[in-house]
Design a protein around this ligand. Structure first.
Ligand code: ASP
Length: 236
């Protein structure tokens, strides 16, 4: 199996169709992480081998959504009827965008968006959820949301997406922290998830609580991505 993982190596020229044509001569699959939204879609339009979007800027992160949905199913036992709190940088965090998109395929989903004002969930996802009949609401009260949810999905404020607007970053960071107080109101059966890496948005004293699912979640990524590669290379 030859899998071409670009990560940082060919970033500056990956949008160039010649690069994709060259790389596909070396590999069976291209796994593309890129800083621009839509880069994987463009690469896939050129490539004749499968392209996996491993995160395109503030766009999407579909393999993360697959492992997140798998984790929810394993941890909670079901996907239909899930109440999900998406917390943190919802404007620039691609994982929450992809998860909202994927979870909308299930029945009776309720999503709470909890984010600083400068990084609210964008309208394209809200409109999509509404079109799919998914109930959603915005809240500024993390404790209230945590007391109602099956899953609290915390995210990092994506500093690298703020550019010069460092005042916006400063306004956003530290506003919503998952700590012992949040654990205190979280239902017994519920879990805390995070796509990692974590900065300070989940305090480390949360890690020892059985409801802290983020390292189990990260491990599930190994299995889900192995399964995806197998599916693409050898089929079912
Ligand atoms: N690892 C995730 C991503 O690639 C989350 C993050 O970077 O904060 O989007």
């Amino acid at each position: 199996m030859r899998v071409f993982l670009n990560r940082h190596y060919v970033k500056p020229c990956i949008t160039n169709a010649d690069t994709i044509r060259t790389v596909e001569g070396y590999s069976d699959i291209i796994v593309l992480r890129h800083f621009e939204s839509g880069a994987a879609r463009r690469a896939a339009a050129t490539a004749e081998i499968p392209v996996i979007n491993a995160g395109d800027g503030p766009g999407q992160h579909p393999t993360q959504a697959l492992l997140d949905v798998y984790t929810i199913k394993r941890e909670i036992g079901r996907l239909d009827g899930i109440k999900l709190g998406l917390v943190g940088d919802l404007a620039n965090g691609r994982t929450v965008r992809s998860l909202a998109y994927l979870i909308a395929k299930y029945q009776n989903i309720k999503i709470y968006f909890v984010s600083p004002d400068v990084v609210k969930m964008k309208d394209d996802i809200k409109e999509y959820l509404t079109s799919q009949g998914v109930e959603w609401e915005e809240s500024s009260d993390l404790l209230d949301v945590a007391s109602r949810c099956d899953v609290i999905y915390q995210t990092r404020i994506q500093k690298e997406r703020f550019g010069e607007r460092i005042d916006h970053y400063e306004a956003a960071r530290g506003k919503y922290i998952v700590d012992k107080k949040v654990l205190g109101v979280l239902p017994k059966h519920a879990v805390i998830m995070h796509p990692l890496p974590r900065l300070d948005e989940i305090t480390v004293d949360v890690d020892s609580d059985p409801r802290a699912a983020y390292f189990r979640q990260a491990k599930n990524g190994l299995y889900i991505r192995m399964a995806l590669l197998k599916l693409l290379l050898v089929g079912h």
